[in-house]
Design a binder for this molecule. Structure first.
Ligand code: NAP
Ligand code: MN
Length: 265
C-alpha cells in the first residue's frame, strides 16, 4: 500500500482547539508525517471538531477517494470521529502502523434536473419551505410508487442512518450494506393521499426519483448533510448510491455497532 504520510488538518481556528491542533501537528511532524497546507496534496485528511466538522471536511475537500479521512473529536469521539483531540497519540500510532485497515462508507449521489450533481455522506433532505405541505411523486426506477404530501422526505446513507434519519424513526443500517434509506417527514395520510408510511431501503442497483409537482411556486429546501443547496427552482431529483466511497480507519473495538451501542443504549 502507498505510504500515507501527507497530512492536512481541517479545523475551525478558535481556542482551545487551535492550540491543541498545533500540538497535534508538531507531534505528527516528529513522527514522520508531512503537514501540508493544501488539502489537494494530502493523502490523510484529519478533521477536528465533531461529526458535523467531519461532514464539512469531506465536502470541502471534494469527497476524495484517494485519501484517508480521520475524524478527531474536539470533545468526544462520535460516529465519524474515532479519536479524541486530547489523545492524538493514539491516532498517530494507528496511522503509523504498517497495516492500517480501512473501512469504506457508501455515499449518495443526487442529480438535480438532470444536470448538477452533488454528493452526501449523511443524507439529503427535502422539505417544504412554507407552512403549507408540498407534493411530489416518488418513483423507484421507472415505477411510479406513491405521491407524497407532507413536510418532506429524507434519503440517507447507512452511516447517516444514525443522524436525522433516526430522529424520524428510520432504521439504523449497517454501513457494510450497499444501500440507502428513504424516510418520510410528517406525511399526510387519509382517503385521498396515501404513502407507504414506513421507511424503505433501496439496493445500490436502484434509482429513486422525486418529481416535485409544480402547481404552485413554493419550492422546497434541499439539504445535503449540513449544507443547504442554493437551488431555487427544481423539478426533478434523482438519487443513487455513488461509486465514490469515503475511507476511514478501521479500529478494533470501535465498529459501527460499538458506536451505536455507546451513543444510544
Ligand atoms: P448539528 O445540528 O450540530 O447536528 C446534530 C447532531 O447530529 C450533532 O450531535 C451531530 O454530532 C450529530 N451527527 C451528525 N452526523 C451524525 C451521524 N452520522 N450519526 C449520528 N449523529 C450524527 O449539525 P451538524 O453537526 O452539522 O450535523 C449535520 C447533521 O445533523 C445532518 O447531516 C443531519 O443528519 C443532522 N440533523 C438532524 C436533525 C434532527 O435529528 N432532527 C435535524 C437537522 C440535522 P456532532 O455534535 O458530533 O457534530
Ligand atoms: Mn455538530
Amino acid at each position: 500500500m502507498e505510504e500515507r504520510k501527507h497530512l492536512y488538518v481541517f479545523y475551525k481556528e478558535e481556542e482551545p482547539v487551535s492550540s491543541k491542533v498545533e500540538n497535534m501537528k508538531s507531534l505528527a511532524a516528529q513522527q514522520g508525517f508531512t503537514l501540508v497546507e493544501d488539502h489537494k496534496e494530502a493523502n490523510i485528511i484529519a478533521s477536528v471538531g465533531g461529526d458535523g466538522a467531519f461532514l464539512q471536511a469531506v465536502r470541502k475537500t471534494g469527497f476524495r477517494e484517494d485519501c484517508l479521512y480521520v475524524g478527531v473529536g474536539a470533545q468526544d469521539i462520535g460516529f465519524y470521529c474515532d479519536f479524541q483531540l486530547d489523545d492524538v497519540g493514539g491516532m498517530l500510532q494507528a496511522m503509523n502502523s504498517a497495516q492500517i485497515e480501512v473501512r469504506k462508507y457508501p455515499t449518495l449521489e443526487i442529480t438535480v434536473d438532470g444536470h448538477s450533481s452533488f454528493h452526501c455522506l449523511n443524507e439529503c433532505s427535502i422539505r417544504s419551505s412554507i407552512i403549507k405541505t408540498f407534493v411530489m411523486d416518488v418513483f423507484i426506477d421507472d415505477l411510479y410508487f406513491e405521491t407524497f404530501r407532507g413536510d418532506g422526505m429524507l434519503v440517507s446513507t447507512p452511516t447517516g442512518s444514525t443522524a436525522y434519519n433516526k430522529s424520524v424513526n428510520g432504521s439504523v443500517l449497517d454501513p457494510m450494506l450497499a444501500c440507502y434509506q428513504v424516510s418520510e417527514m410528517a406525511s399526510l395520510n387519509n382517503n385521498q393521499y396515501r404513502t407507504l408510511g414506513s421507511s424503505f431501503v433501496l439496493s445500490s442497483e436502484r434509482q429513486l426519483t422525486f418529481k416535485i409537482l409544480q402547481d404552485n411556486s413554493h419550492y422546497p429546501i434541499i439539504g445535503i448533510d449540513n449544507e443547504a443547496l442554493s437551488i431555487q427552482h427544481c423539478e426533478n431529483l434523482q438519487f443513487k448510491l455513488s461509486s465514490k466511497k469515503i475511507k476511514t480507519v478501521k479500529l478494533k473495538d470501535n465498529s459501527f455497532w460499538h458506536k451505536v451501542r455507546r451513543s444510544f443504549l
